[in-house]
Design a binder for this molecule. Structure first.
Ligand SMILES: [Zn+2]
Ligand SMILES: [Zn+2]
Length: 132
């Protein structure tokens, strides 16, 4: 049953559309300073996806910013939506920015990461595990 359900999403302007044709990894909240700046909000919500399961349309609109060597943040150059990130060290995986989903997230986020970099004005109000 769950195999027939799929995650689909798009950027703000709709130029970039994608489908996840496989399992989404565990969703996590990332409070690292790079995700905060890249999303201009308190945290990013990300999940790993096998690169081979990730099918994207409108790829020519994508631009890449390397936030550190070998770490590529890929966004729509038309509207600025962050879509995925990738790492040279893990070429088989992309990290999807879940705020771009148009379909329901089938499993809720499981943890908070990089909480030591958390925005001081944001308080975590749940009981999920927190990792420094
Ligand atoms: Zn866009
Ligand atoms: Zn992060």
């Amino acid at each position: 049953m769950t195999e027939t359900l799929m995650h689909k999403g798009s950027c703000l302007c709709g130029t970039v559309k994608y489908e996840v044709r496989g399992k989404l990894g565990a969703a996590i909240y990332c409070h690292c300073s790079r995700c905060r700046k890249a999303t201009a909000t308190a945290f990013a919500t990300n999940a790993a996806v096998a690169a081979s399961d990730f099918v994207i349309e409108g790829e020519s609109a994508l631009k890449t910013f390397d936030s550190s060597p070998g770490v590529h943040r890929i966004f729509c150059s038309n509207c600025g939506s962050p879509v995925i990130s990738s790492r040279d060290a893990m070429p088989d995986v992309v990290r999807l920015r879940l705020g771009t989903l148009d379909t329901p997230l089938l499993a809720p986020p499981t943890a908070h990461y990089f909480v030591t970099s958390k925005a001081v004005w944001y308080e975590i109000h749940d009981d999920l595990p927190q990792f420094a």
